[in-house]
Write a protein that binds this ligand. Structure first.
Ligand SMILES: [Fe+2]
Ligand SMILES: [Zn+2]
Length: 421
């Protein structure tokens, strides 16, 4: 592209562009970047108009609060143009053609001013980006944010000694006030659970608060379930014996993200509940035996659930990490639902059981168990990817109602409320 042709494009650029005198022409831009970034694709003075040349690989965006620069690849930039030709702002979907991205990714000029990056492409297309948006939507920015989010999680042991005493969340407020709803999400994300109090212990009120928080998820157990009055499913949870700490649905391809419990009736003895913060236990394991932590982050373990007409089976690591940020994302711990161990060769079995035992020992530590009694009027929402739950055996009649929320649904709402990114 020649300079004259480029100038004709400039005349069409929004006036905002002209506030910055540093707008580079194709040649000066190239020269600047080739020299400053030590690119060695040739002498910029030898470049001819319309010549195909190797562009500098990255465009440097200067960040305002530091001397740092964000290096952006031209193809990434073109792919993230949010102009109406490239992005449908109504459907929030891209409109560009992945097969044409590369040929459209030659930068002719760029400038930076007032928190905006302006790019003129060699095909005449113009893009304007908000620099904060660029930062938070790159790998580099997102990793930092995810790390900050992970650091905001407050893990706890059974004493709950490090948790602040919080205002109780009341049913009436949760039903009518969106700020209370947002607070429910914040607490679940931060602590792994929340209690909503003064809920009338009827089926209809339980359903109302459940649906107010998030849509119920339908699984093999139905949408809204009730234990203690029937034995509808072949699961120990429907019996009255002791239940060791576990997470649910390890046999689903994607375990349900959250559990909701409301004990609406109890007239017997025992039946106390407890929670274990799986992320706290994982931290302990990492400190005590990093090799075991690493092993259980990689070794595949399959779980299954069988009832007439159904056979669920799914495998995965016990400690699942986000593939990009590498932050711990899920603990899959259910010793009862383990399928035959077909994923570990016999030569490795000793190692497998040794590491699993170390984790199970930490899960069983009394100091890690937070005991309480589910009682009529209190609805609990529990993160099933983070907390393990269990229960004492009991006698008498105990009616427990509840549901699951899918991970996708609940996290979508949490994102909507600005609790997570
Ligand atoms: Fe369970
Ligand atoms: Zn565009």
């Amino acid at each position: 592209m020649g300079i004259l042709k480029f100038k004709s494009h400039l005349s069409k650029l929004p006036s905002l562009l002209f506030r910055n005198n540093n707008l580079h022409t194709s040649k000066t831009f190239l020269k600047f970047n080739l020299l400053s970034a030590n690119y060695c694709s040739g002498n910029p003075l030898q470049l001819q108009d319309n010549e195909h040349f190797t562009l500098p690989k990255f465009l440097d965006v200067h960040l305002s609060n530091a001397s740092q620069t964000l290096k952006l690849h031209p193809t990434w930039l073109r792919d993230h143009c949010r102009c109406p030709d490239c992005y449908n702002a109504v459907t929030y979907q891209r409109k560009n053609d992945i097969l044409k991205l590369n040929e459209h990714s030659t930068i002719s000029a760029h400038s930076q001013s007032d928190g905006l990056l302006h790019v003129l492409w060699s095909d005449g297309h113009k893009s304007i980006y908000s620099i904060p948006w660029l930062i938070s939507n790159t790998y580099e920015g997102r990793c930092r944010t995810q790390e900050e989010e992970a650091n905001r999680l407050i893990t706890w042991d059974g004493s709950m000694g490090n948790l602040p005493s919080l205002e109780p969340i009341l049913y009436h407020n949760a039903m009518h006030d969106d700020n209370t709803l947002s607070e429910i999400y914040r607490r679940v994300i931060q602590y792994g659970f929340v209690q909503i109090e003064q809920v009338p212990s009827t089926e209809i009120d339980t359903k109302m608060i459940i649906e107010r928080v998030c849509r119920m998820s339908r699984t093999v157990f139905g949408k809204f379930w009730e234990t203690g009055t029937n034995f509808d499913h072949m699961d120990t949870g429907y019996l009255n014996g002791y239940l060791e700490a576990h997470t649910d649905n390890t046999y689903f391809t994607e375990a349900q993200g959250f559990l909701v419990f409301h004990c609406t009736h109890f007239n017997g003895k025992g039946g106390e509940s407890f929670l274990v913060d799986g992320f706290h236990v994982a931290k302990q394991l990492k400190q005590l035996d990093p090799i075991a932590y690493d092993y259980l982050s990689k070794a595949n373990i399959t779980a299954e659930y069988i009832e007439p007409g159904e056979h669920f089976s799914s495998g995965g690591a016990i400690l699942r990490h986000d593939p990009v940020s590498h932050q711990l994302e899920q603990i899959r711990f259910n010793m009862l639902d383990r399928a035959p161990l077909t994923s570990v060769p016999q030569s490795e079995v000793g190692t497998f059981y040794r590491h699993l035992r170390t984790l199970a020992m930490l899960v069983r530590q009394k100091e890690n168990e937070y005991w309480f009694r589910l009682s009529p009027g209190t609805v609990m929402v529990i993160d099933n990817w983070r907390l393990l739950h269990g229960r004492n055996s009991y006698e008498g009649k105990r009616v427990l109602r509840g549901c699951y929320y899918s991970r996708s649904d609940f996290m979508s709402k949490a994102r909507h409320y600005g609790i997570i990114l």
